[in-house]
Write a protein that binds this ligand. Structure first.
Ligand SMILES: Cc1cc2nc3c(=O)[nH]c(=O)nc-3n(C[C@H](O)[C@H](O)[C@H](O)COP(=O)(O)OP(=O)(O)OC[C@H]3O[C@@H](n4cnc5c(N)ncnc54)[C@H](O)[C@@H]3O)c2cc1C
Length: 394
């Protein structure tokens, strides 16, 4: 296995780095100014950054060129994410739009839906959110209960979604709703595009421990969605969702390493003398960070050889979450009470770290995937996979 960039990959990395070297410092400065006052960057800065990405052809690495993307593959996406991490800038404010809604519309949408949305997603005119999780459907996403009932040319949708990142400011949402409860859970779901300004959509921000509201809980009360905003066939929403989740994972691939090891070492120097136990903690972190780099290189190498990394993605996600938590813990050990007043970036990372073990598939669910795919352990028994949804005991 060759873990070095191929000549084509090296050329792509060089191009990405040159763009980021030119444009990232300005956005970094604005973000730093914002983050001095808030735990989350202001939307305006992120929207400006999206426009810069769009103007320079970096808004959507894996979208086909005919739809305004860069025509790259998963390898280019990972390299791009790594370079954004290195430059310490976010890849996009419109992760759901670029990573999920757009690919779903490109793969399964109508021409009208493509011309209505794709360009607006790229330049950030439309910010999208993902209306998938519900209070009783997270890891077991196919258990969604939000109902959509056909009424003429519309669907009437009622239910509750939760943990919708950016749901309180998004313009549009991708929604999974149950259109047929009389069939097993995966077969009765349909995928819709929702205009978040439709009467009956009520998105309430959820304030979290960082002090800001990253998520919303979204109540849908008899929301009318025209059938023209359905993606894919009625009852085929699960397969559309699976392709969008794969795209999302690809869009996020290699991007969880958002902390800079050099910054932690700098903090250790500032806090000298450092106890042997904390030195040990920082060194262990350095080793794990290197392992994560190698895991990502392995994923790139497999993709480059035309193979699909499955378990590697789960292992990298578990490892990345662990590295980020450990980095936050090491910073706390180094700076101690100073972090109570010095709010960034370590305090933010410390408060964010638990969520990283949950979003995009929890550690336990990722471990299940590794157990099944690598160790060959039997799949967990789940009778609800074959029982009509309305007959499942809850
Ligand atoms: C930062 C972040 C951003 C998010 N953004 C969005 C978003 O934009 N849109 C959206 O729809 N959702 C979003 N989510 C929600 C996320 O997808 C869910 O939180 C996640 O799928 C877990 O579901 P849950 O919270 O319902 O926990 P549950 O599924 O109820 O899990 C509870 C606990 O049980 C464990 N568990 C569950 N099933 C198993 C199993 N089979 N084996 C072993 N252990 C198990 C879990 O690991 C967890 O520890 C986000 C979450 C986070 C943290």
């Amino acid at each position: 296995m060759d873990l070095n960039d191929s000549p084509t990959e090296a050329a792509f990395r060089k191009e990405a780095r040159a763009f980021l070297d030119t444009h990232a410092p300005a956005v970094r400065e604005s973000l730093d100014r914002d983050l001095a006052d808030h735990a989350e960057p202001a939307r305006e800065v992120m929207l400006d950054w999206q426009q810069t990405l769009f103007d320079n052809g970096w808004a959507a690495i894996t979208w086909p060129e005919e739809h305004g993307g860069r025509g790259g593959g998963p390898v280019e996406q990972i390299i791009w994410n790594q370079e954004c991490s290195r430059a310490n800038v976010p890849a996009s404010i419109n992760i759901v739009g670029i990573g999920m809604a757009g690919p779903a519309i490109i793969a399964h949408g109508t021409e009208e839906q493509r011309s209505r949305h794709l360009r607006n997603i790229l330049d950030g005119t439309e910010i999208w959110c993902q209306l998938f999780s519900e209070p009783d459907a997270g890891s077991d996403l196919a258990a969604v209960r939000t109902r959509a009932v056909r009424d003429g040319d519309d669907w009437v949708v009622s239910g509750q979604k939760v943990w919708s990142s950016g749901g309180h400011y998004a313009d549009w949402g991708i929604l999974l709703a149950r259109t047929d409860p009389s069939v097993p859970k995966h077969d009765g779901i349909t995928f819709f595009l929702v205009d978040m300004t439709t009467p009956g959509v009520n998105a309430l921000p959820l304030r979290q421990v960082t002090g800001d509201a990253h998520f919303a809980e979204v109540f849908l009360d008899e929301v009318r969605i025209p059938d023209s905003r359905r993606i894919g066939d009625v009852g085929a929403g699960w397969s559309v969702a699976v392709t969008t989740i794969l795209h999302e994972r690809m869009t996020l691939g290699g991007s969880l390493g958002v902390f800079q090891l050099d910054d932690l070492v700098e903090l250790a120097r500032e806090c000298a003398p450092v106890s042997p136990a904390v030195r040990d903690q920082v060194m262990r972190l350095y080793s794990r960070d290197r392992i994560l780099d190698l895991l990502n290189a392995r994923i790139i190498s497999k993709l480059g050889a035309g193979e699909i990394p499955t378990a590697e993605g789960s292992i990298a996600k578990i490892c990345a979450a662990r590295v980020l938590s450990d980095a936050a813990d090491a910073a706390i050990a180094l700076a101690g009470p100073r972090l109570l007043v010095d709010t960034r970036p370590w305090q933010r990372l410390f408060l964010w770290a638990p969520g990283i073990h949950i979003g995009g598939g929890t550690d336990e669910v990722q471990r299940n995937a590794v157990a099944e795919r690598v160790l060959g352990l039997p799949r967990e028994k789940d009778e609800s996979r074959t029982t009509p949804f309305d007959q499942v005991q809850r």
